[in-house]
Write a protein that binds this ligand. Structure first.
Ligand code: SAM
Length: 289
């Protein structure tokens, strides 16, 4: 049994190990996997309330009950803002949730998923088939198993939207938060292209969005942040980065027109939520100054 699982009063519990000394705990009703995979330690387990959950190196990555929040907001904000994205690049995202949401847009002709850990894709197929929902096998999908930073540095492909669904800036994910990586994302974006990134938990890690902003501003004219409330992400809100050289209005009337042209059944995203997500709480705005 790994160090992330603990016997407490006859029950088995998962305890998230964040360096801030806090984190989510969840009773483990059934262990499905608890072992090392190539670069990271993977725990997959079931919890009565949150459904099936998985953690990499002790940090919760996703739960079947609320993954729609994060995957909808990281995907539909750039895709509805752009409006006619044909080629999308996903860095990380080995669980397939972002890929599933990207492929729902009829404008998308190709989605390239660059994941460092082939085992994450394999285990996602096995334990979270509803998350990818067949997206890995969609004819528009190209899966590349390599480091995302290396990919954006070397590829000749060009994209309309780049979505970075990475782990936190530790271990293999650290390189996905560097100035060089953001310059690589800029290099592979077509004119008017948009980069969105997973930007951490601002209440617990206020340094993260600020670090991302300072590094992305070296390559992008406009670097903005928006928020989503993901129940299982400790600290309440999570920040997501939105960078482009173009200026996109986060206006709900404009977005309502966009979404009505390509209406999708959603659990969290609406044009109003999209627009409101960029109205940052004062503590997050201050943290970015
Ligand atoms: N939703 C999660 C979150 O917010 O933390 C992220 C989920 S997704 C599983 C994160 C993925 O990023 C993992 O599958 C991990 O293997 C992948 N990853 C980490 N570093 C990477 C790198 N340098 N290149 C490509 N993929 C990477």
């Amino acid at each position: 049994m790994s160090k992330y699982l603990h016997k407490i009063g006859g029950e088995l519990w998962f305890k998230e190990e964040m360096e801030e000394g806090i984190g989510h705990s969840a009773r483990v009703d059934k262990v499905l996997f608890d072992d090392e995979i190539d670069h990271q330690h993977l725990v997959v387990f079931e919890n009565a309330k949150y459904g099936r959950m998985f953690a990499l190196n002790g940090i919760i990555q996703m739960t079947s009950s609320d993954e729609f929040v994060y995957h909808e907001m990281l995907t539909h904000v750039p895709l509805y803002a752009h409006g006619e994205a044909k080629r999308v690049l996903i860095i990380g995202g080995g669980d397939g949730g972002i890929l599933r949401e990207v492929l729902r847009h009829k404008s998308v002709q190709s989605a390239t998923l660059v994941e460092i850990e082939k085992d994450v894709i394999e285990f996602a197929r096995q334990w979270f088939p509803e998350t990818s929902n067949g997206a890995f096998d969609d004819p528009r999908t190209n899966i590349v198993i390599t480091d995302g930073a290396k990919y954006v540095e070397e590829t000749d492909e060009r994209f309309d939207v780049v979505i970075v669904d990475s782990t936190d800036p530790v271990g293999p994910g650290e390189v996905l938060f560097t100035e060089e990586f953001y310059a690589g994302c800029k290099r592979v974006l077509n004119t008017g292209g948009i980069l969105t990134v997973q930007g951490g938990l601002p209440f617990l890690q206020p340094w993260e969005p600020k670090m991302i902003k300072e590094r992305q501003e070296k390559s992008f004219a406009n670097v903005e942040f928006y928020v989503a409330a993901v129940p299982t992400y400790t600290g309440g809100l999570m920040t997501l980065g939105f960078a482009s050289d173009a200026q996109y209005p986060h206006d709900e009337t404009w977005l309502a027109r966009r979404t009505s042209a390509n209406p999708l059944e959603m659990g969290y995203y609406t044009p109003e939520v999209h627009a409101a997500a960029f109205a940052l709480p004062a503590y997050i705005r201050k943290g970015l100054e």
